[in-house]
Design a protein around this ligand. Sequence first.
Ligand code: SAM
Length: 215
Amino acid sequence: MSYQKSSEVSANEYSKIWFNYWDSGTTRWDMGDVSPALRELIQDKKWELPSGQGIVPGCGRGYDAMFLARPGLRMVGADLSQLAVDAASTIRDSMNIPAEMADFQVMDFFNFDIPASQYQVAYDYTFFCAIHPSMRADWGQRYAQILSPGAHLIALMYPLAKAEEDMERGPPFLVSEDDYHRVLDANFELIHIDPKCQTHKTRVGEEIITVWRRR
Ligand SMILES: C[S@@+](CC[C@H](N)C(=O)[O-])C[C@H]1O[C@@H](n2cnc3c(N)ncnc32)[C@H](O)[C@@H]1O
């Protein structure tokens, strides 16, 4: 990945970075499996999944959307890149998961038609850190728009900044708990936080799982 100072990149130009990563096959963020923190959250029943419709923005190859999909909960995996959507759909088909249960679509999170029923759950991992920091307020507003009242946003915070690190370099841009509170508190209530959640082996100490309820 090439790194740039956020001040050198405009938000509109920013999405081109992601097309370039996919087009050049540079997907080093891809862990090849469901996030351990998400698996733990659901399997240990620390929080109950709703029924309805859910969304995973910036889904990449879609492992997390496929994990969440189940009878009664239809998941949409959204990504800017057709290559991501094709890869996720191929994996889904190889796992015999019905397409209507885990539907991968080329979508810009910040600009798509919201279904009338909105979404009842969203999962955000390696997406908050993927967008330009200047887009974070829009990110929070957008989740408030697309989630129905009482719906939940599962945000797996990553990569957590340690002291004196450069917050301006990315992607991935470093994050803090405060960064999420700053853009979610107006419309969401934090109902679950687990700083000791399971993580990918290479991301120990860098993740905190949270669940936020749309007011
Ligand atoms: C760091 S990758 C993470 C992918 C996946 N969540 C994972 O953990 O493997 C970020 C993804 O977000 C996608 N993306 C970036 N901006 C987006 C946007 N505005 N709308 C939808 N997807 C976007 C990129 O194409 C990329 O696949």
